[in-house]
Write a protein that binds this ligand. Structure first.
Ligand SMILES: [Zn+2]
Length: 113
């Protein structure tokens, strides 16, 4: 499952940063998961619950930011909000888009103890 490997890498990143800070517990983790990142919310939730057991993230408070999709059409140069990665430009129907927002998938911040 795609989401499980994402969760595993988040745990890796968070654990490494915690160790670098000589901490032994993660109190809070802030994630950025864009609307166009391809992460399915329910699968992510399920994978998270399974994967964080017995890791430093087990009791961490989790905050998720979900940036909405924003694209620029390279044909007519308008900006528009995009729901799905392969949506066309609503003005000219063009498919040459520059995705400016919404593909984020990252650990934004951690609070360790
Ligand atoms: Zn266009």
């Amino acid at each position: 499952m795609h989401e499980l490997s994402i969760v595993m890498s988040i745990i890796d990143i968070a654990t490494k940063q915690m160790e670098d800070a000589f901490a032994n517990e993660i109190e809070e983790i802030e994630l950025e998961i864009g609307a166009l990142s391809g992460v399915e919310e329910n699968s992510f939730e399920f994978a998270w619950k399974q994967a964080v057991k017995n890791t430093p993230l087990q009791n961490a408070l989790r905050k998720i930011h979900k940036p909405q999709g924003l694209a620029t059409c390279l044909d007519c140069m308008i900006d528009f909000s995009i729901q799905q990665l392969y949506d066309p430009c609503p003005v000219c129907g063009g498919h040459f888009l520059n995705i400016k927002k919404g593909k984020e998938l990252k650990v934004k911040s951690l609070v360790v103890n």
